[in-house]
Design a protein around this ligand. Structure first.
Ligand code: S3P
Length: 456
């Protein structure tokens, strides 16, 4: 690793350490609670990231965003573009105005970009930065610094990009500017929207056509938003293509509530006695619907109301009532459509009658934590028979006990174990919860408001 990159990495790690030292957070959740009420969870994380990116790269225009997720991850993306000279104003909660600078209007940042916990920021920005005239360094927290980046750097280097990683192919990254990119025809080894989006964004700067083929459907927010910004994108089945050299037209964006955040309350309302919850204005893009499909197959009582299209995305109000869940073999094709929801789906499985088997989900091992290992350890600490496998888990439904679990700094693990308390017979203490702020900053307040007995 070059010396300057190593020094910058040390600075980033020091900042992280100080930050974590000040911010260690524990959730204490008392057992029981009846989930009732209407709530709107914060804006979709994936769409919020992309709104900043495409808004910033639009030619001569202002993009107004409503419902933007003011979480640490998306704010890291926002700060990165401000550091590259883009004027971005935040007004009321979730209202953001971005003054586009065009595809070639970004400026070199004066310091490395710090992207915190956010894999989406780092992977999507890798593609965008590969096409710039200037060089950029990007780093993140301890979790992000352990996440695999070769999945983006390898295809990007085939396009002509020059990106340095650590020896293990992890952050920090140094993206060298001034390279000529060529379109490629790339087949993804794993279904990953981050890699697909990264390559499409690099493709904006490439000569010729960039085509990406996924082994299975993944979230398609990038191509929907590109099309919404007037950039032609062609899709044929699992293959998506675009031509470099076009322009993005500024547009307004309404970000729906994040189905991945709503998922905690969907499972909560399914497992809590006589629960009845209405989740408003939730994004129901078919490429994100896995959690609903899986829960329904387990016997959940979920109904969609007032279905409508808002901007580029379908939206609905989702009502969830208590039900008796039963274990299932989770269909493999649902895995990429529910990839972020497995921590809380494991809680659903722990409360279901019989056995639930997940396979084909090895990607969970390289998320913000190793979600197979960390969730299995936590479930076992709470008395549930959970057997981790290389690519999934086998869970026998049973009585959740009280106890202490560690989220390993993983936001979705922390929130999943909070939901488990609804069916526990004693208090659950969850350690290392500060990162909940990356995706769901008002989780504790909303959980309290609908009947969960949680305190910090
Ligand atoms: C995301 C894609 C998913 C998901 C992540 C957000 C995105 O990752 O887990 O939280 O916004 O594109 P993969 O593409 O790596 O599966």
């Amino acid at each position: 690793m070059p010396k300057r990159l190593a020094i910058n990495l040390c600075k980033v790690r020091l900042a992280l350490l100080l930050n974590k030292f000040q911010m260690t957070q524990t959730f204490i959740v008392n057992p029981g609670g009846k989930l009732h009420g209407t709530l709107r969870v914060p804006g979709d994380k994936s769409i919020s990231h992309r709104a900043i990116m495409l808004g910033a790269l639009s030619t001569h225009g202002t993009t107004h965003v409503n419902g933007f997720l003011e979480g640490e991850d998306t704010l890291a993306t926002l700060a990165a573009f401000q550091a590259m000279g883009v004027s971005i104003e935040r007004a009321y909660q979730g209202e953001v105005t971005i003054h586009g600078v065009g595809l070639h209007g970004l400026q070199a940042p004066s310091a490395p970009l710090y992207l915190g916990n956010s894999g989406t920021s780092m992977r999507l920005l890798s593609g965008l930065m590969a096409g710039q005239a200037f060089s950029v360094e990007m780093g993140g927290d301890a979790s992000l610094s352990r996440r695999p980046m070769r999945r983006v750097t390898e295809p990007l280097s085939t396009m002509g990009a020059w990106i340095e990683t650590t020896e293990k192919g992890m952050p920090p990254l140094k993206v060298h500017g001034g390279q000529r990119l060529q379109g490629i025809n790339y087949t993804l080894p794993v279904a990953s929207a981050q890699v697909e989006s990264c390559l499409l964004l690099a493709g904006l700067y490439a000569e010729g056509t960039t085509c990406v083929t996924a082994p299975a459907p993944t979230r398609d927010h990038t191509e929907r938003m590109l099309a919404g910004f007037g950039y032609p994108v062609q899709r044929e089945g699992l293959r998506v293509c675009l031509q470099g050299g076009g322009k993005l037209q500024a547009n307004s964006i309404e970000v729906p509530a994040d189905i991945s955040s709503a998922a905690f309350f969907m499972v909560g309302a399914s497992i809590a006695q006589s629960a009845d919850v209405l989740l408003e204005h939730v994004g129901i893009n078919p490429t994100r619907m896995g959690v609903i499909n899986i829960l329904r197959q387990m016997g959940a009582d979920i109904s969609l109301h007032n279905q409508r299209k808002v901007g580029f995305e379908p939206v609905a109000d989702i009502r969830v009532c208590a039900s008796q869940l039963h274990g299932i073999d989770i269909p493999k094709e649902q895995v990429p459509l529910a990839i972020d929801e497995f921590p809380v789906l494991f809680i659903a499985a722990a409360c279901a009658a019989g056995e639930t088997v997940l396979t084909g989900a090895q990607e969970l091992r390289v998320k913000e934590s190793d979600r197979i290992q960390v969730m299995a350890e936590g479930l076992r600490a709470l008395g549930i028979d959970a057997q981790p496998t290389p690519d999934g888990m086998i869970i026998q439904g049973g009585q959740i006990r009280g106890g202490v679990v560690n989220s390993h700094g993983d936001h979705r693990v922390a929130m999943a174990f909070t939901i488990a308390a609804l069916r526990a017979n004693d208090t659950i203490t969850i350690e290392d919860c500060a990162n909940v702020a990356t995706s769901f900053p008002n989780f504790v307040e909303l959980a309290q408001a609908v009947g969960i007995d949680i305190r910090l």
